[in-house]
Design a protein around this ligand. Structure first.
Ligand SMILES: Nc1ncnc2c1ncn2[C@@H]1O[C@H](COP(=O)(O)OP(=O)(O)OP(=O)(O)O)[C@@H](O)[C@H]1O
Length: 621
């Protein structure tokens, strides 16, 4: 249609493009099927409220008629019993006026009751929906592979779970408002049609034009909302990094640098927010101005044509205008809500993207239950890369026998941690297999496999709860005696008893109140209590004092007894008694054998041995 101006065509497209909303939000609208009763109750109460609003206006028409033209035939509903018994059409004008006043009052109170119930049930629907979305995000995060967490920022995730869910909550309030207002508007429309279909059609055409004009402005609001979401996510990420990395910030005296980053992130929110509000603020005055213009045009039209012709009674015109006066603010309130809803688009998109399944890495679940290791864990021609272009493990074949200690040695970045991370299936190989007694690790359920494995490393996570709960983490049926025994064997009892509340002492965020050695001994106690069959030890890289090292070594020996142990060793002194030593370089396995054998071969292990020997000699000197 080339004769239609460009802006008008765009407006029409955008107005009807509102249906895109239903496609974009299908993911959470479908959630309602899980609690249909609450949602249906909310809609029924809203319908009740709208219906009584309608009755109110009907009675108003009757009231005005009795007031303005008492001699004319009184207003009738067509239901004989109602017209006679309730409206009292056979009574005089004053009595009819009083009866109708009473009916208007009753309608108003019943409507108020329905409004109250609508609010309660809408809030209930909203809270249930948001609760479901939060738990779905949690389930989604639980089922994702670690590689997903490597590539997204934790700030973004926290932001989606808190801010964006909050904005989505607000979006739902708006949807509920639009639905309830929509119902009221439908009742208004029916009443208006009954009074004068000509005037109603004219208003409809004029209001559609207003809506089309407003759609252009609405689109800009939608775009600026995405910027607000982005600025919020950036800010949360910056704040989170500053808090979690506070030790590094202080150690490097980078407070100025962090301050600049923080201030910038904060002022970006202000800028994005101001841009959005500038777009948003224009909507309401514009809508009001346009709507008032339409309204005045309607009054002039009605008086000059219909009333003069006598096709409309004064009481009907007054009621028509009264409803129109109620209708106009309701329309721009609805439009404001629609625009506010557009401003939540960014948040809704973020939640939808986080819940989408197509673009995310999941761990493939097997259906076998891993009941225990009988012979060995085998790496068979394993390749692995965190991304397709960067191979970290190349053609690794290795046998880890049951009940023996296998030590992995190699330079920094050689791939030791990556190799052991394939055992509990933190990642799966890009090529080749990890086999448990000849069966592919992927054929077991992840839970049954991980229940048989424990990992002890220096960066074991300490939760902000008591010592007792940290040791028994995830195990609910442990007795005090068992926890005490684990602490004894891990050489942790002495320092726990020195704490103010002993086993009940709260350890602070990430265990900041513990030394590196203490943290590791708690990790050992935690592993002891789980009684794992397969034990993965990632030895501390930072130097511990010799007393602490001796205690840890002792407790590790306790822990290793009778288990299949894979240990990443940085100090060669700790692995002399290992059953086999594996040396890795640049993702390849370059040497394998007993410690003494490898030394005698004078290969890579001998080389590392020499370096550590020289370092110790120079330290002593
Ligand atoms: N989460 C990750 N995402 C991407 N690349 C990673 C990740 N973790 C490790 N890498 C890369 O993989 C390679 C091997 O790392 P890995 O941590 O396995 O080595 P390592 O032998 O354990 O080193 P170190 O003794 O220093 O801990 C390195 O090049 C490292 O940059």
């Amino acid at each position: 249609m080339p004769w239609v101006p460009h802006y008008l065509r765009r407006g029409v497209r955008q107005w009807f493009g509102a249906t895109r909303f239903w496609q974009e939000n299908e993911f959470f609208i479908r959630e309602f099927r899980h609690f249909p009763n609450i949602a249906i109750a909310a809609i029924l109460f809203a319908l009740g409220s709208a219906a009584f609003e309608g009755f109110g206006f009907g009675f108003l028409l009757a009231f005005l008629q009795s007031l303005v033209s008492p001699t004319l035939e009184p207003f009738q509903t067509g239901m004989h019993w109602f017209d006679v018994w309730i409206l009292g059409i056979d009574r005089d004008a004053t009595e009819r006026l009083l009866r109708v006043s009473g009916l208007i009052l009753c309608s108003a109170w019943i409507r108020a009751g329905f409004n109250y119930l609508t609010q309660i049930y809408t809030e209930l629907t909203q809270q249930t929906l948001v609760d479901r979305l939060r738990t779905q995000i949690f389930e989604q995060l639980q089922s994702l592979s670690l590689s997903y967490f490597n590539r997204v920022s934790s700030g973004d995730l926290v932001n989606t779970l808190t801010n964006e869910i909050g904005r989505l909550n607000f979006a739902f309030t708006l949807i509920a408002f639009i639905i309830t207002k929509g119902l009221t508007l439908t009742v208004y429309a029916v009443l208006l049609f009954t009074i004068s279909w000509q005037l109603t059609l004219t208003s409809l055409v004029l209001f559609t034009l207003v809506a089309v004009c407003l759609s252009n402005v609405n689109e800009r609001v939608r775009n600026s909302s995405v910027d607000v979401s982005r600025a919020n996510a950036q800010f949360t990420a910056t704040a989170l990094e500053f808090i979690t990395g506070i030790r590094t910030v202080q150690a490097f005296a980078t407070q100025e640098y962090e301050r600049d980053r923080f201030y910038e992130a904060s002022s970006n929110i202000v800028k994005a927010g101001m841009k959005a509000i500038r777009q948003f603020a224009i909507v309401r005055p514009l809508a009001e101005g346009l709507a008032t213009t339409v309204l005045i045009s309607m009054i002039v039209l009605a008086i000059t044509i219909f009333v003069k012709q006598g096709s409309l009674q004064t009481a009907s015109l007054l009621t028509f205008l009264f409803i129109l006066f109620r209708l106009v603010p309701a329309i721009y309130e609805m439009n404001t809500s629609r625009v506010q809803l557009l401003s939540a688009t960014g948040a809704i998109r973020n939640v939808r993207e986080l819940l989408a399944r197509e673009d995310k890495p999941y761990l493939q679940e097997g259906d076998r239950i891993f009941t225990g290791l009988h012979q060995s864990i085998e790496f068979f021609t394993v390749d692995f890369g965190y991304d397709a272009n960067h191979i970290v493990l190349r053609d690794v074949s290795l046998s880890i026998p049951k009940g023996k200690v296998t030590a992995i040695v190699g330079g920094s970045g050689a791939g030791k941690t990556t190799l052991v991370d394939l055992i509990p299936r933190f990642y799966d190989p890009s090529a080749g297999y990890v086999l448990f007694d000849g069966k592919d690790a992927r054929s077991f359920t992840v839970k049954s496999l991980r229940q048989k494995i424990a990992i002890v490393s220096q960066d074991t996570f300490i939760f902000n709860t008591t010592v007792r709960e940290n040791i028994a983490y995830g195990l609910t049926n442990m007795t005090d005696e068992q926890i005490w025994q684990a602490a004894v064997q891990a050489n942790a009892l002495a320092f726990i008893l020195e704490m103010p509340e002993k086993f009940e002492t709260i350890l602070g965020d990430r265990g900041v109140r513990l030394s590196g050695g203490q943290r590791q001994r708690l990790a050992i106690a935690r592993a002891l209590l789980r009684d794992p069959e397969i034990l993965i030890l990632d030895e501390a890289t930072s130097a511990l004092d010799s007393e602490s090292e001796r205690l840890i070594q002792q407790s590790l020996e306790q822990l290793s007894k009778g288990r299949t142990v894979i240990t990443i060793a940085h100090r060669l002194s700790t692995i002399m008694r290992a059953d086999q030593v594996v040396v890795m370089e640049q993702g390849r396995l370059v040497e394998q054998g007993r410690y003494q054998e490898l030394l005698e071969r004078q290969g890579r292990l001998w080389h590392y041995h020499q370096i550590q020997h020289e370092m110790r000699s120079s330290e002593k000197a």
